[in-house]
Design a protein around this ligand. Structure first.
Ligand SMILES: CCCCCCCC/C=C\CC(=O)SCCNC(=O)CCNC(=O)[C@H](O)C(C)(C)COP(=O)(O)OP(=O)(O)OC[C@H]1O[C@@H](n2cnc3c(N)ncnc32)[C@H](O)[C@@H]1OP(=O)(O)O
Length: 341
């Protein structure tokens, strides 16, 4: 049977936690957690569990770009584990507190002149994030309000459903105009002179199909929202024009805003993600988890079996002179671009 596999893969899941429940449409109090600002290490991830709704939110909170460091990876796993052990929770919204960046992928500074001890730990922590998200008993909805390159795209692909902001005028909920923002998503590794690891590349193949993935991997394509939708890389694209939340949801937001989320893109994507979480929750959890195993257990087993070899290969690849040279050039260009703003 597939169910015990998921449990053993993720070391903690139990179907008895999957009690069916409904979500309270108008209880969006978890938005408040997004505005919380704590300076402890825990604040790398802000999580809030709403037992009445059966929904949790896990928001990455590592300024300036939610780039994945060893510590952020560990914080994501710890937070997901805490949520997972709560039998009242069936759905999680994976989000970002940054209005224009979901996650910028790996923290490239982890890759440059790396420490021998830290590098394998770092890679293991990324593998673990993938395993925990992809093999979770929870329905995980990615609320992609901003850019999701490389490992940021991987995070989204490891979820059950992906909602992306389609871009717009960049207005905020208080009506002030902001710079227009059109996010992109994709595995752009080749543009950094590196290649996505096999398990990440295969994840793209499983998500968008062989030939489109082959081409996107080779070119390091970053897709704007509508192209991502057409390719099947995301499941839904929303804009201010295309999506109107229900009256209940608007009411709940009015009560909560403007304090927690002032950014229109972020609040829209979160609203839609909440609706999707509600939809997943109507399905029998046992049936939902069993169906997830049909599509995910084999590839997860393969990935786990080759984990050590993957780490060894990654470490030796990253330490090559030419790779280091490419990465340094890339980071310099990134810094230059950021300074010139
Ligand atoms: C064959 C197998 C073995 C090989 C395995 C290799 C492993 C492959 C797996 C994963 C690879 C990765 O994930 S590598 C990371 C890829 N990420 C990127 O290429 C994104 C880089 N960033 C951007 O393009 C942009 O920052 C953005 C589009 C995400 C956002 O643009 P915006 O204009 O809004 O913001 P800024 O560019 O000004 O950035 C703000 C700030 O953040 C810093 N930053 C951005 N990205 C990263 C990052 N990935 N790591 C570390 N820091 C990052 C940027 O430098 C700015 O900082 P400063 O203001 O201090 O300069």
């Amino acid at each position: 049977m597939a169910a015990p596999l998921l449990s053993s893969l993720c070391c903690r899941h139990s179907l008895r936690h999957c009690s069916p429940r409904r979500f309270a449409r108008n209880d969006l109090s978890f938005f408040r957690s997004l505005s919380t600002s704590i300076s402890s290490e825990k604040s790398l991830v802000l999580s809030h569990v709403n037992e009445d709704a059966g929904v949790a939110i896990l928001a990455m909170n590592r300024p300036p770009a939610n780039s994945l460091s060893l510590e952020l990876n560990e914080a994501i796993c710890t937070s997901l584990k805490e949520i997972d052990t709560n039998p009242k929770i069936q759905s999680v919204i994976l989000a970002s507190t940054n209005p224009t960046i979901f996650s910028a992928g790996l923290d490239v500074t982890e890759l440059i002149s790396p420490d021998d001890q830290r590098l394998p730990k770092f890679w293991n922590s990324l593998q673990q994030v993938y395993i925990d998200l992809y093999g979770s008993r929870l329905a995980i909805i990615a609320a992609i309000q901003g850019h999701a390159p490389a490992a940021g795209c991987m995070l989204a692909m490891a979820c059950d459903y992906r909602i992306m902001y389609g871009g717009g005028e960049g207005s905020t909920v208080d009506g002030r105009k902001r710079k227009s923002h059109i996010p992109t998503i994709g595995l752009n590794e080749t543009q950094l002179g590196i290649a996505a690891p096999p398990w990440m590349g295969q994840l793209l193949v499983r998500t968008i199909g062989f030939r489109p993935a082959e081409r996107a991997l080779a070119l390091g394509t970053l897709f704007p929202p509508m192209e991502a939708l057409i390719e099947g890389l995301v499941d839904d694209v929303i804009t201010e024009e295309s999506f109107s939340p229900s009256a209940d949801t608007i009411h709940a937001l009015e009560k909560l805003l403007p304090d927690p989320i002032r950014n229109q893109a972020l609040s829209l994507v979160m609203q839609k993600a909440f609706q999707e979480a509600e939809l997943y929750a109507k399905i029998s959890p046992q049936a939902r988890v069993a169906s997830k195993l049909v599509t995910r257990s084999e590839s997860l087993k393969d990935m786990i079996a080759s984990r050590e070899a993957d780490t060894e290969y990654f470490c030796s690849f990253i330490c090559q002179d030419t790779v280091q040279k490419n990465l340094k050039k890339y980071v310099e260009a990134l810094k230059k671009k950021s300074k010139s703003k």
